[in-house]
Design a binder for this molecule. Structure first.
Ligand code: ATP
Length: 231
């Protein structure tokens, strides 16, 4: 569904992503794991059109989307849940969700109902200011807002960051459920253990290069991965 070919990304003189090639098959959960600074966020931000690559192409269902603007990429069906959630703190939960659908002109009712079914907590709190939600609730809101654009592919940057283990489990259950309902997932995580458990396909990114790939299960049992990422 999504194909990344020979992608290179530079910030000034520094090459953060050094020619990576990988695929995200339709309806699968794909994860990129790797240490701090390996280039995971840069990869997602480049797919989202927020950073332009120095080299390489990105295709969605056969269409070259490399040069498209971020909002065109959202309208093609790829959305990013950024690290740190970035909800609008002074707006209500409902207002934040509506912003996720800003590129659409059709009725939002079905999608709002869908998001509220996935996250009953957000429904209960739809009039609450987003800034007063707990960390886990803000993460739910960030995911819910992304779903309001009706994506084919949802990309998530460290959804478990800073959350308590029980809350993390809830977020991963939701990721599985969203996927079960047909949305393709590209996930990056430092919590490699959780990510590999739910991933159909996994890649290890080390200083800008892909060094290993396999099913989530294979990488969970890989000695190198165990030593470096599963502590
Ligand atoms: P983390 O989990 O810490 O976010 P990451 O694997 O997502 O790590 P990136 O954030 O993609 O890694 O960073 C890759 C490299 O690019 C790092 O060396 C980082 O310092 C550098 N980098 C990232 N963003 C910028 C930027 N806007 N300007 C300059 N260098 C950057």
């Amino acid at each position: 569904m999504l194909k990344i070919d020979e992608l290179k990304v530079r910030y000034g003189g520094i090459e953060a992503v050094k020619g990576i090639t990988f695929e995200v098959p339709e309806r699968k959960i794909v994860t990129l794991i790797g240490a701090n600074g390996a280039g995971k966020s840069t990869t997602l931000r480049t797919i989202a059109g927020l950073v332009k690559p120095a080299h390489g192409r990105i295709h969605l269902q056969g269409e070259d989307i490399t040069a498209l603007s971020p909002d065109r990429i959202v309208s093609k069906g790829i959305t990013l849940v950024p690290e740190g959630r970035h909800v609008f703190p002074d707006l209500t939960v409902l207002e934040n969700l509506k912003i996720g659908a800003y590129l659409r002109r059709d009725s939002l009712d079905d999608d709002l109902n869908w998001v509220y079914e996935l996250f009953p907590r957000l429904k209960e709190r739809s009039w609450q200011a987003a800034g007063t939600l707990s960390g886990g609730e803000q993460q739910m809101l960030a995911v819910g807002r992304a779903l309001m654009s009706r994506p084919k592919i949802i990309m998530m940057d460290e959804p478990s960051l800073g959350l308590a283990p029980i809350v993390v489990k809830g977020i991963f259950d939701i990721i599985k459920e969203i996927n079960r309902q047909g949305v393709t997932v590209l996930l990056i995580e430092q919590n490699a253990n959780m990510a590999l458990r739910i991933a159909d396909v996994a890649y290890v990114l080390e200083t800008g290069k892909l060094t290993l790939s396999g099913s989530g299960k294979e990488l969970l049992n890989n000695e190198q991965v165990k030593k470096a990422y599963l502590g």
